[in-house]
Design a protein around this ligand. Sequence first.
Ligand code: UGA
Length: 442
Amino acid sequence: MARQVSVVGVGYLGLVHAVCLAHHGHPVVALDTDEQRIAGLRDGVLPFFEPGLEEIFEQAQARGLLHFTTDPADLADAEVHFLCVGTPQSADGRHTDTSYVEAAASRLAPYLSRDALVVGKSTVPVGTANALAARLRNLTGREVRLAWSPEFVRQGRCVHDTLEPDRIVYGVGGSRANDDIAVLDEIFAPQYAAGADRVVVDYATAELVKAAANAYLATKISFINAVAELCEASGADALALADAIGLDRRIGRDFLSPGLGFGGGCLPKDLNGLGARAEEYDAARPAALLREVDAINDKARTNVVELALDLCDGDLYGKRVAILGAAFKPHTDDVRDSPALDVASICRALGAQVVVHDPIALDNARRAHPELSYRDNVLDACNKADVVLHLTEWPQYAELDPAQLATVVGRACIVDGRHGLDPDRWSDAGWRYRAFGRPLAA
Ligand code: UGA
């Protein structure tokens, strides 16, 4: 049965969620305070690139199921409201800022019908849902139905992960929890039909499931990067090691790729947020573990710079450094906390002339780092380079012709920060190839 729903916040999470709800036949009103973004969406302009989104967005628009607004009064008829606003890192760089969630609840409260269900999807510190339930009670003078259902979507795979998730988690509480579960079951019926598992827990567990899932993924990446330090020191091969231990089904190969480490708008923020929360609860051991995961991740960036220094006789001053990749990972134009751009900035601070290429993230990169130079063609970016750094593993970089690239660079030296290139192909074409945690080519 189609339900009238609203989505508050049309960032990555909210917009994809809104479009997927409409794709499943629900009439959706999506609210955001960003007037420009809402005006663009009304004109059919998506504010970011996400594979597969445009097609189902256009279909939902054509069926008249998607409405965009900046006026919370337009949400009054909705039976279910999904809170999808951002929860950025606070100014101290550690805590999670939940002020947008609180503001969204305050804007929504006057328009909530008596029976409406509010469903939080934003990533929030443990304790937020309980505080929000109290806030909604104060604002409306009655108990408001509230559930927390965190998202596990990956950028670049948002549509797939929303339509075919591994699991859907409901954090429930309050006197109508069973009714809330029934509504969510109905809304997510297509996802269950596609094979998703359902997990029903309390608010605090749901909040922590999300934070712990991201922290675990970060820990897995930092684990392999810590082992890569041992490989680098001992002459072992971190990539072969990752392949070998990943064959154990209890370990698994996913998120075990050594290299430049994690970035983006989620893993670093959620790791720090969980660490800060652990400190607030005086849980010293999880706090220390999460801090170390973060420190190993920072070190992965310096390791790549050190390899570049090695290939440039210990000095990057005045050297031309070509950077392949600006996005924090392939298949997205997002450059938030991009390890590639961080390395680019470190090289620039060491006096290098840095030129960056990316297939789709250059506009965002320019806005975030106007001090760097950009080229939209790999050959131009690598022109006269003293060293090339491969920092985001776009598939097209693995297909580059090393012999052709060797004709434009100043010196044929490459650091493979993502272990995504074939060392033999590059060495055979005359390149000095280095990747952290892998033995030098013979
Ligand atoms: C992450 C989680 O994977 C999602 O499940 C979660 O829903 C999302 O955060 C969120 O909280 O919204 P995302 O930030 O899109 O998704 O990116 P990931 O695919 O997790 O990659 C994160 C970073 O880890 C990237 O910089 C990637 O290059 C790096 N990475 C990934 C590695 O360095 N090694 C690996 O083996 C895998």
